[in-house]
Design a protein around this ligand. Structure first.
Ligand SMILES: *Cc1c(COP(=O)(O)O)cnc(C)c1O
Length: 341
């Protein structure tokens, strides 16, 4: 595709082909040479563990064209570290942090013409994946792995503006088990969330607010995103063994502290939803997606969070600051951006 033909501000979150993807294979006990590839397909054995037993993990991060024209990758190191934890979690070979970083920078640089312009609200989404490649019918970890990074330009998440949406609590489904794979970024967790997610969409909700799978008393994740709320002016976010540690959530917590807002990562009961002033889902895709109302489908309770249909004041402030850091509009005091030279 000719990048000059892309309408940056109207891009969705679909797949747009770019020029190159970057690959590296783990074989005979070591990582091989980095390969620059222009094929969009993978040649793999039909008995690969990724296909049969779900040995697949991924990451999601973004590169932005800043006000000064420079390209910044947001929190490259944090994502490199997280995919290692995911790998160890499901017995895959962890990718060295330096290899991850080098490949991600190559993927962005070689596809530079697909990095959307400053001011469009669009960005270059970076998607690293790791797959178990060894053929085998018996259940055991792969000996060989493919680690690869593809990129795709994605549009602004809020096409109609930064507006709150409704979410729902549904006890019929759990995404993950209490001591299961929720804390790692495993493809299978997403498969486990599709039925509930689609049902929520059919009912007009943007996402499911999951409860902790052990007791169903505490808030867990909001679909494929973390959840946070503002209560008595404090930033509160669920702490649980089944939550994926979101880099966006971590960043928003730090920004909140920078603004003098207290942060509490702790168990949050469902009942506490009646005492909060603001709520949002957070993750790389949207940064923060404000919540208007939370409907408990099992009890009939409706928690109206946004009384006027607008995002909360603190949520908006945190959202704007995070975006300003990503776009190079304010000083990056925590060293979160990697500038692609
Ligand atoms: C990726 C992901 C998130 C968001 O993490 P970020 O690092 O902020 O993008 C939250 N929850 C789940 C289940 C995820 O897979």
């Amino acid at each position: 595709m000719n990048s000059a033909e892309l309408d940056w501000s109207n891009l969705g979150f679909g797949y747009i082909p770019t020029d190159y993807n970057i690959r590296c294979n783990f074989k005979d006990g070591k990582w091989g040479e980095i390969e620059v590839c222009s094929s969009e397909t993978i040649n793999m054995h039909m008995a690969a563990t990724a296909l049969h037993y779900g040995q697949e993990i991924f990451e999601g991060l973004k590169a932005f064209r800043g006000k000064d024209g420079k390209i910044r990758i947001f929190r490259l190191e944090a994502n490199a570290e997280r995919i290692r934890k995911s790998a160890i979690g499901i017995k895959m070979e962890p990718v060295p942090v330096e290899l991850f970083k080098k490949m991600a920078i190559m993927a962005v640089k070689l596809n530079e013409r697909f990095v959307p312009p400053y001011g469009s609200g669009a960005s270059l989404y970076i998607r690293p994946i790791e797959l178990g490649m060894t053929a085998g019918i018996g259940v055991k970890p792969s000996k060989e792995y493919l680690f690869m990074i593809m990129v795709s330009p994605v549009g602004p998440y809020f096409k109609e503006g930064f507006k709150p949406t409704n979410i729902c609590i549904m006890r019929e489904f759990d995404r993950v088990a209490p001591k299961g794979t929720g804390r790692w970024k495993v493809g299978g967790n997403y498969a486990a969330s599709l039925t509930a997610g689609e049902r929520a969409h059919e009912l007009g909700y943007s996402a499911v607010l999951y409860l902790d799978p052990r007791e169903k008393r505490y808030l867990d994740e909001c679909g494929p995103a973390n959840f946070f709320a503002i209560k008595n002016g404090r930033y509160i976010t669920p702490a649980s063994e089944s939550i994926l540690p979101s880099v966006t959530n971590d960043s928003l917590q730090q920004i909140a502290r920078d603004f003098g807002i207290e942060v509490e990562a702790r168990q949050i009961t469902v009942e506490e939803l009646s005492e909060i002033e603001e709520a949002a889902a957070c993750g790389t895709a949207a940064v923060a997606s404000p919540v208007a109302e939370i409907d408990d489908l099992d009890t009939g309770m409706k928690y109206v969070i946004s009384k006027n249909g607008e995002p909360g004041e603190i949520t908006t402030k945190l959202y704007n600051q995070l975006r300003a850091i990503q776009n190079g509009e304010v000083e990056d005091i925590h060293g979160w951006n990697t500038i692609v030279e």
